[in-house]
Design a protein around this ligand. Structure first.
Ligand SMILES: [Zn+2]
Length: 109
């Protein structure tokens, strides 16, 4: 919420419940260089607030009320702790998408 002298970002309700489960599930993840294990990102848009919380393992929890997005029940499988192999696979997938989009320009996502 923005007023004349400050701007505040809030995670509450079901989003907060899911955030607590996410933090619990990721409590054993390695810490980064700083003590901040989770990176919070708030992106206000005309269609709502996009909120994401990223753990040092690379997993991201999506929250917020962007368009018709509903956070719903916490999905332990979807939000699992990422292993170094997962990160390699992600890099590989991202590279593959770039290659595909270069070869087929109309390829979108
Ligand atoms: Zn993690």
């Amino acid at each position: 919420m923005e007023t004349k002298d400050k701007i505040e970002f809030e995670i509450s309700g079901n989003d907060f419940k899911n955030l607590k489960k996410f933090r619990k599930q990721h409590e054993d993840c390695l810490y980064g260089f700083t003590d901040g294990k989770f990176e919070y990102s708030f992106t206000p848009t005309g269609l709502g607030m996009i909120v994401s919380v990223k753990c040092t393992c690379g997993q991201t929890l999506s929250l917020g009320d962007y368009m018709d997005y509903e956070s719903g029940e916490y999905n332990e499988k979807k939000n699992r702790v990422l292993t170094p192999e997962d990160k390699e696979n992600e890099k590989f997938e991202a590279a593959a998408i770039i290659i595909i989009s270069l070869k087929i320009p109309e390829y979108i996502d």
